[in-house]
Structure formats: structure tokens, C-alpha cells
Design a protein around this ligand. Structure first.
Ligand code: 13P
Ligand code: SF4
Length: 345
């Protein structure tokens, strides 16, 4: 049962323009060789998200790093012996790596690579909201700042949210959830938990349109629809599978369908093609009333990561993620709680 309440102001987030790195073959090869040498010299491992460029994903794979969802990025960086973790993704992923590994150096290609969910949840306003609801367990999505994680009882990712909230609900707990209203709504409907929802959203997933998706389904009657739960409820309602990026790739591998309509960032197609060769992946539509593009399913912050900027941070040591120790010591508890839960379930 969702409770009515006075919501604090949720900042409107404007996405930056999309600027993707374009490289010629020679420059690409030179950069990759240079980065590999520097990584070996600096005992560094590259952890990349599925939404980053194919170049970065391939480099992570080729150098013994990982390409994954945000849950596995956190697990992998934590378990790895490297003394430097290079995080190709967005700021909250770098923060999580640093919180879990305060003794390691964590570098990111571009510190401006943020996330509309993180930006929509300022720590001071969020903390005041929590203070108004002391009877609720505070559960925050991983797409939040270190300070917001420090205020939370639990961190969850898209791959763990339903199970963790169902667990808390079974214990009779009421929940304060932030920041994604769509994921929160999906988790609430799936678990039946009593949840107060912060009103943030993902600029990428929010753009998927149910009416156009229904029409696309009619045109591709044998296609399975795979949807990330940051999407609006009417888009989720049309899904055959709702899940994290890793769960979406797994569904493409294991389902018998040949065609898939995919409602998440199109950076994921690189791994989907590799994981399920011969299958056909179609971008879910983002066109519709008010839409400014036909297929804008790509995160402008993820696109800030590139080989040039990765080489630059290795050469100079800039863009190191730092989290003050008081925040780190609190935030690590809520992240570790999730990792322990995920390991047990
Ligand atoms: P995943 O954990 O499913 O990869 O999601 C992270 C994210 O930012 C999706 O937009
Ligand atoms: Fe944030 Fe959305 Fe980009 Fe994921 S795709 S990092 S949720 S803005």
C-alpha cells in the first residue's frame, strides 16, 4: 500500500548533449596499446558498464577486467587484486568502487559522467526527508551519491531490488525509497510493500513509449520484449522479461525467440550480439508526443567515457575518486548489506 505524503522538491535534471568519441583505426590501435602498457605498469584493472562504448568493453575483456551491470561491477572491483580500479561508467559506480575499496586508487575517464537519478537526489534534501520518516527503512538505488548511500540502511541495484524489498516487507518493515520513481513503483507493485517514493527518473528509460512499443510488437509478433525496470509502468506492462542489464542479456541467450525488442540503453547491444549470435535485437521506440528524437536510447553521461580520456587519466593520475572517510564508513555498511544478501540468495 503506497502512502500519500508531501514530497520534497525533486530537481529537474537536464541531460548534457550527446558527444561520442569517434576514432580512426590507427588512433584506436595506438591508444589501446598505450593503455594496456600503462595498465600493466600501474597494476590497474578496467571495470566497464554495458552502456559504455564497444572499444571500452572490448578493452576491459581483453585485459582481464569485466563488463557488467552495476552489481557485478561492485563485486568484481572489490574482489580483484589490482591496486588501481579504472571505472568506465558513471560517477556513482566510481563512488561505489571507492567506498568498497578505500585503500585502492579509483580513476574514471570523466568525472562529469553523472546520472539523472543521482543528480535528482541531493543528499541534504534527502536526509531531511528521511528525518521526517524515522519509522521507515531507507532503501536507495545504487544510482546515488556516496552521501545518500551513507544515509541509507540498504543499497540495492536493479538486479537485487525486488528480492531485498520483498525480504524487508516480509519482516513487516515500511520503506522509504529513492530516487527512481519508476523502479520504485515496479518494486512496490511486485512486492506489495509499503513504500514512499522519491520522484527521480532516468532520462534514457523514461523516454520509452508504450503506444509505439505496442505497435512495434504487432509488427514483430514473435519478438520477446525485454525491459529495464527504470522504464515507465506502461512500458513494463508490455514486457516478457523485466530485469537488470545482465538479466536482459541472459534472457536473450536463454529464450527461444529469434527476435527481441529491447527497452534499455542501446550500448547493451554490443554484448547481446556476442552473447546470442544470430539473434535480432531491435531498439524499443522512444518516439511519441513530446519526443525530440526517434531512437535516443543512449545515456549521454555514459558516452563521456572514451579511450582518449582513459589514456589521459592513466598518464596524469587525474580524475581520482575520493570519498571522505566518515561518509565511506557509513556508506560501506549499506552496500555491504546488499552484497551479503546477494551472496546468500
Ligand atoms: P544495471 O545495474 O541494470 O546495469 O543498471 C544501471 C543503470 O544505470 C541502468 O540505467
Ligand atoms: Fe543514470 Fe539512466 Fe544513464 Fe543509467 S542510463 S546512468 S540510470 S541516466
Amino acid at each position: 500500500m503506497q502512502t500519500l505524503f508531501q514530497m520534497p522538491h525533486t530537481p529537474k535534471v537536464i541531460a548534457p548533449p550527446m558527444v561520442e568519441e569517434v576514432l580512426g583505426a590507427d588512433e584506436r590501435a595506438t591508444l589501446i596499446a598505450h593503455i594496456k602498457t600503462m595498465m600493466a605498469q600501474q597494476n590497474a584493472v578496467l571495470v566497464a558498464h554495458y552502456y559504455t562504448s564497444a572499444d571500452l568493453q572490448d578493452l576491459a575483456d581483453a585485459t582481464g577486467g569485466c563488463v557488467s551491470d552495476s552489481l557485478e561491477m561492485a563485486r568484481f572491483g572489490h574482489a580483484h587484486a589490482a591496486s588501481t580500479i579504472l571505472v568506465a561508467g558513471v560517477k556513482f559506480m566510481g563512488d561505489t568502487a571507492k567506498i568498497l575499496n578505500p585503500e585502492k586508487r579509483v580513476l574514471m575517464p570523466d568525472l562529469n559522467a553523472n546520472c539523472s537519478l543521482d543528480l535528482a537526489c541531493p543528499a541534504d534534501e534527502f536526509s531531511a526527508f528521511c528525518d521526517q520518516h524515522p519509522d521507515r527503512v531507507v532503501v536507495v538505488y545504487a544510482n546515488t551519491s556516496a552521501a545518500v548511500k551513507a544515509r541509507a540502511d540498504w543499497v540495492v541495484t536493479s538486479g537485487t531490488a525486488v528480492k531485498i524489498v520483498a525480504h524487508l516487507h516480509a519482516l513487516g518493515q515500511k520503506i522509504l525509497w529513492a530516487p527512481d520513481k519508476y523502479l520504485g513503483d515496479y518494486v512496490q507493485r511486485t512486492t506489495g510493500a509499503d513504500m514512499l517514493l522519491w520522484q527521480g527518473s532516468c532520462v534514457v528509460h523514461e523516454a520509452f513509449k508504450a503506444k509505439e512499443l505496442a505497435a512495434m510488437k504487432l509488427a514483430h509478433p514473435d519478438a520477446a520484449v525485454l525491459v529495464h525496470p527504470e522504464s515507465p509502468a506502461d512500458v513494463i506492462a508490455l514486457a516478457d522479461v523485466v530485469g537488470s542489464t545482465t538479466q536482459i542479456i541472459r534472457a536473450a541467450q536463454t529464450m527461444p525467440n529469434r527476435e527481441f525488442i529491447v527497452a534499455t540503453d542501446n550500448g547493451i547491444f554490443h554484448k547481446m550480439h556476442a552473447a546470442a549470435p544470430g539473434k535480432v535485437f531491435i531498439e524499443a521506440p522512444t518516439a511519441g508526443v513530446g519526443a525530440t528524437c526517434k531512437s535516443c536510447a543512449h545515456c549521454p553521461w555514459m558516452a563521456m567515457n572514451g579511450l582518449r580520456s582513459l589514456a589521459h587519466v592513466l598518464e596524469t593520475g587525474v580524475n581520482e575518486i575520493l570519498v571522505d572517510s566518515a561518509t565511506q564508513q557509513k556508506a560501506v555498511l549499506s552496500i555491504q548489506r546488499m552484497l551479503d544478501f546477494a551472496a546468500q540468495h
